[in-house]
Design a protein around this ligand. Structure first.
Ligand code: SAM
Length: 260
């Protein structure tokens, strides 16, 4: 991205491992804690203190929050200094929240609706000059707003339509996760489960999904998918990296969320 060639600080958070990669000099952290954020914003943005330390916003600087979500990190940045902040998200519900933030902060906040690939043209449209951005925050994954809403179909624990589109409201014709499962062939499903979920029983699960079609059984809800994976893998026990029991369909859900 030419416009961003000389950004001084890019902070990339990876939810799954809760670790941050700093392409800048990160110092010691310890100023804002998570429970404080929870009380203020109704959800917990990850690593708030680390973000402020690493990006170190100063008055009159320009930042981009490329994954606005519910805006927890954006609010942290805005509180830390008098900055200009561009708030990007592909999810129209997140964009609505960014508009509300702009109502509070006026010209300091510019909401942007779009994908990462659209960012350069959106910034150009808003007159952002090359080499003018001081820092970027990327907090990849699903937002709590997306995961907590059963009708969006992201979460294994909440029954709802198997949708998983981050911008389904913007592109209603885009295939849902149910469309993917009910139409792709076995090798394509295996690729998705392996590449994005590291699912070691990918072939068995893909074959079961394919066979279900011959029994006129389409998979349309999150719980139907979870049940099918469970019945396919039988009594297999799984644990996450923290040794907690995890549902056998967790990796399939992860793979579909990333693929979507
Ligand atoms: C983990 S959440 C961010 C949470 C946010 N930091 C907060 O404090 O609320 C990730 C956000 O990135 C958005 N997102 C994911 N992929 C995207 C993409 N390719 N382009 C733009 N936004 C994306 C999602 O819609 C989601 O709202």
């Amino acid at each position: 991205m030419k416009l961003l060639n000389t950004v001084r600080r890019v902070l990339l958070l990876h939810h799954k491992q809760i670790q941050a990669k700093f392409f800048s000099s990160a110092a010691d952290f310890n100023t804002v804690n998570n429970s404080q954020c929870e009380q203020e914003y109704g959800h917990t943005p990850v690593m708030p203190a680390e973000i402020i330390k690493a990006l170190n916003p100063q008055d009159n600087q320009i930042f981009i929050d490329m994954t606005f979500g519910a805006g927890g990190h954006s609010r942290q940045l805005l509180k830390a200094a008098s900055i200009k902040l561009y708030c990007l998200d592909r999810d129209p519900y997140a964009y609505e929240k960014a508009i509300k933030l702009a109502d509070e902060y006026g010209k300091k906040v510019t909401p942007l609706l779009g994908k990462f690939s659209e960012m350069q043209s959106l910034l150009t449209k808003h007159g952002v000059k090359p080499n003018s951005v001081d820092g970027i925050l990327i907090d990849v994954g699903c937002s709590s707003m997306q995961m907590d809403s059963s009708e969006r179909g992201f979460s294994l624990s909440k029954n709802g339509p198997l949708d998983m589109r981050m911008d389904g409201k913007r592109y209603p014709d885009q295939p849902t996760a149910a469309d993917v499962l009910n139409t792709l062939d076995v090798p394509s499903l295996v690729k998705i489960f392996k590449a994005y979920g590291e699912e070691k029983r990918a072939l068995k699960i893909a074959q079961a999904l394919f066979d279900a079609r011959y029994m006129l059984r389409t998979i349309n809800t999150t719980h139907e998918l979870a049940d099918l994976v469970q019945s396919t893998l039988g009594s297999e026990q799984r644990f996450d990296k923290l040794k907690r029991t995890s549902h056998v369909a967790t990796k399939v859900f992860q793979a579909l969320r990333i693929f979507e």
